[in-house]
Design a protein around this ligand. Sequence first.
Ligand SMILES: CC(C)[C@H](C(=O)O)[C@@H](O)C(=O)O
Ligand code: SF4
Length: 471
Amino acid sequence: MSAPRTMFEKIWDAHVIVTGAGGDALLHVDRNFIHEGSFHAFAALQAGGLAVRKPRQTFAVADHYAPTLNREQGIAAVPDPEMREMIQLLDANTARHGIRHFGLDDPDQGIVHVIGPELGLTQPGLLITCGDSHTSTHGALGAYAFGIGQSQLRLVMATQTIWQKKPRTLRIAVEGALAPGVSAKDVVLAIIARIGTAGATGHTIEYAGSAIRSLSMEGRLTVCNMSIEAGARAGLVAPDDATYDYLYGRRHAPKGADWDRAVAMWRRLPSDDGARFDREVVLDGAAIAPMVTWGTSPEEAVPIDAAVPDPRQAPDADRRAHMEQALRYMDLAPGTPVEQIRIDRAFIGTCTNGRIEDLRAAAQVLKGRKIVIPAWVSPGSTAVKRQAEAEGLDRIFKAAGFEWRASGCSGCAAMNGDQVPAGERCASTSNRNFEGRQGAGSRTHLVSPAMAAAAAVTGRLTDVRKLMAGR
Ligand SMILES: CC(C)[C@H](C(=O)O)[C@@H](O)C(=O)O
Ligand code: SF4
């Protein structure tokens, strides 16, 4: 009998074409996703006179520059000529190379990491690349998915392969039942607060434990999405019945006898009993509270009922310096109860928290309430937007005072112009909070969708459990 293997090792082994002298492996790429950022790679392909080797294994979508207002006007809705050019370049490059492209007015358009799973393109056991750091999201279905740079993207498009150094393995087990009001976003913020933004550097994470198992696919996607914020190469959850139920019947999922064969194969993917991980971390899921970031790094997160920490208690000089700078930028004083922090704006969406369950969770908080600050929703995909409208969620958001916009990355990186004005604090369901992330001078507090809704209702960071008590 062969030695027990982790899920990651099984997928890795199945994709190795050859191992080089230095130990790096040449891997076969099953699927490659691209967005507007791919223009460098296309230009380099062009310059080298190269074709896309397997155009049908690459899928493109316009998301980062997608306008979220006046979308019915198509490209004319893009306010800025440079942004317009980014979208048009993707249209032209994908047309030239025969790549399936979900353009601005495609009914399947959305954020790349939302539509991959949604269309059934993301499947267990696949090796998936995308020129985007949050490609780790797709690992929620048991795929080995990681972000690549533009020069690697050029090579993937030219050869459908990629050279990689084998990462180490880290198992993060979250055990126990999550408390009411605590979501996948809180779990992953708690993980990053615990291990740090460099805590998983050089590793592929496998998320396990009863709290992870009991998450929906949407929740698992949220957790895997932020693996990169802990420094990991990728993050995976073993496929199980929840995965198969989610995938069944999706457009690109296998059908008929192929489906049965695929599921039989997928059932062999989970890590074997006795498989060894290079490191293991265990968290108590029951102890996790709704989390918020107070600083400018995703690890600068605390439970909503805590206070802003004091840099004098930092474990070392580097951390202390970072905390001091973060407090200056965020205009916060140590010791301030987090629930006293006033918020100017709220944003719900992104590849972290723009899926249907996220919108349902926020709408549940907003039902029958009015918000006191400007706020907007940009659904993670056009399909999520349609589904939300079919369920009447858009009416709840609008009645509460939210703007209901079209799908794209929107205020996450604010590349489409959906910025948070300088000096304002935004309760945001995105995944990054560094200085200027949502626009120059913007201040980001990362939270779950329910917590973003709660902040919009009260105008300050608020423990959503209090708003939901008795509901
Ligand atoms: C623009 C893109 C390459 C970038 C990424 O790689 O992550 C973006 O999606 C982000 O979240 O900052
Ligand atoms: S939603 Fe944000 S994190 Fe996700 S791909 Fe877009 S910019 Fe990157």
